[in-house]
Write a protein of this length. Structure first.
Length: 482
């Protein structure tokens, strides 16, 4: 079958006018102060959460300014995580896939808004009216995982078109274009479309995309039959600690959940997205403009808008961010890019765990963007107020790391309901920083990192239903009223 390309003359002119320069190797220029901050925080995060291994990388203006790891890629053999360790990306794969498809749209090889049945008539007719933009914005009506998917983790697919059999002719939840329903299966279908257009098996198409965009070896399609020796094992947290789990297939949806990468390579990819969209307004508009339903409303989920695969929002300091997180057996992941600051941060882990991973990544990125300086203490007095709970205490510190003892407040009790396999925590690591003439605390907890800004002499953050968690710390002396 011949596919007729959707071509706009303006698209061709723009693509040729903004062709990317030859890519160079990612330049490491580690900011040692920031690197030390990342190392210390990751070690504390691993101790509190019980997750075996982490890796985080930060690229700013094309320079690798931070790349930290903690823990083990394989706990049994005591193989540590290093910068070459491959982690599952889970649903972070979706924004890699969306960017691949976006490239084809801007080249005139695909249309974002033409019904996919027009160029893929072999599909079940119930899917013909769906558009590519609806697949990318989760408004196609395609369901997410269902009970009928019990067997999709057992078979390896060498072709995205072959993997369409995992759709099992399932019915749509709604008419295309009207409602947001998150769906990995929508990206399974999108992968087959990409493969059909480029006439190349999707794993190879991904490698070729990497060569054009970053020159890096990853992201790569996961092949459970032939894993590289630097691939992390997969874990879950149990009452007896972390436990290795079976590696199920992800080849049913490479674009939806089936990629592996190092954090360095993933952060580099994020920066290249920024670089290319700076130079190609058509690609920028496609990826980062909030999608609209057929009723004319922005597609939203929780506190972010949904674009062409990418999520659009702001961090806790009101900086614009584009991002996507992922969760799958044996992995929790996120990639965040800051378009107004030319910064990309990738955070990867090798266990399933409940986490506010977006806030975690925002907190780590903000240390660099705000040029945070550690405030060292030998010991502190503290007092805490949360709702009607109130208590005081004291603790020794090591440099800027102290331990806040809180086993009493409802917030502390709530945090301990998550990732129950990890040890119950009452002593929470806190880190103190000077930022922009003020101060900030980061609390390490079971679900990631909570960031506290100093307001009127008190560190506070809003948690839950109109409740503030307030902390006052001093090396000595009297407290002010909270």
């Amino acid at each position: 079958m011949t596919i007729k390309p959707f071509i706009l003359a303006s698209t061709i002119l723009l693509a040729s006018a903004t062709a990317a320069p030859q890519l160079g190797t990612l330049k490491p220029q580690i900011n040692q102060e920031y690197q030390d901050q990342l190392n210390t925080i990751l070690d504390s995060l691993r101790e509190v959460t019980g997750v075996p291994g982490f890796s985080v990388s930060v690229v700013h203006e094309g320079v690798l300014v931070g790349s930290a790891t903690s823990g083990y890629a394989d706990f049994q053999s005591q193989t540590p995580v290093n910068r070459n360790t491959l982690f599952r990306l889970a649903s972070v794969s979706k924004i890699v896939g969306a960017t691949m498809l976006g490239e084809l749209v801007t080249q005139g090889k695909l249309s974002a808004d033409t019904s996919i049945g027009d160029f893929y008539p072999e599909l079940n007719t119930k899917y013909h009216d769906i558009t590519l933009r609806e697949l990318m914005s989760h408004t196609s009506g395609m369901p997410h995982y269902q009970t009928k998917d019990y067997d999709i983790y057992d078979k390896h697919y060498t072709s995205a078109i072959q993997a369409l059999e995992t759709l099992k002719e399932r019915d749509l939840l709604t008419r295309p274009g009207y409602e947001y329903h998150y769906s990995t299966h929508g990206f399974t279908l999108a992968g087959a479309i990409l493969e059909k257009v480029v006439s190349t098996p999707l794993p190879l198409a991904l490698e070729q995309f990497n060569q054009r965009w970053t020159g890096a070896a990853t992201p790569v399609a996961e092949d459970v039959r032939h894993l590289a020796p630097n691939t992390s094992s997969l874990y879950e947290i149990t009452s007896n600690g972390s436990r290795v789990i079976k590696r199920g297939e992800k080849s049913y949806s490479i674009l939806g959940a089936g990629m592996l990468a190092t954090s360095d390579d993933l952060a580099q990819f994020g920066y290249r997205v920024l670089e290319k969209t700076y130079r190609n307004s058509l690609l920028e508009s496609l990826l980062f403009t909030p999608a609209k339903t057929k009723n004319g409303t922005n597609v939203t989920y929780r506190d972010f808008d949904v674009g062409f695969g990418w999520r659009i929002g702001n961090d806790m300091h009101d900086r614009k961010v584009y991002h996507h997180a992922g969760a799958t057996p044996g992995a929790r992941s996120i990639l965040v890019i800051y378009p107004e600051h030319s910064l990309s941060i990738a955070f990867l882990s090798n266990s399933s765990w409940v986490s506010s991973i977006d806030k975690l990544a925002f907190a780590l990125a903000s240390l660099y963007l705000d040029k945070a300086k550690a405030i060292d203490y030998s010991a502190i007095n503290f007092r805490v107020k949360y709702g009607d709970d109130f208590f005081i205490g004291s603790t020794d510190c090591h440099k800027n790391k102290c331990a806040l003892t809180d086993g009493k407040t409802e917030y502390s009790k709530w945090l301990n309901t998550f990732n129950k396999g990890a040890t119950s925590i009452s002593s929470w690591p806190i880190f103190s920083y000077l930022v922009k003439g003020s101060q900030r605390l980061l609390m390490i907890n079971k679900v990631g990192i909570t960031s506290f800004d100093l307001r009127n002499g008190v560190f506070e953050t809003s948690i839950g239903k109109a409740k503030d968690y307030k902390i006052e710390i001093k090396p000595a002396g009297q407290y002010n009223e909270l």
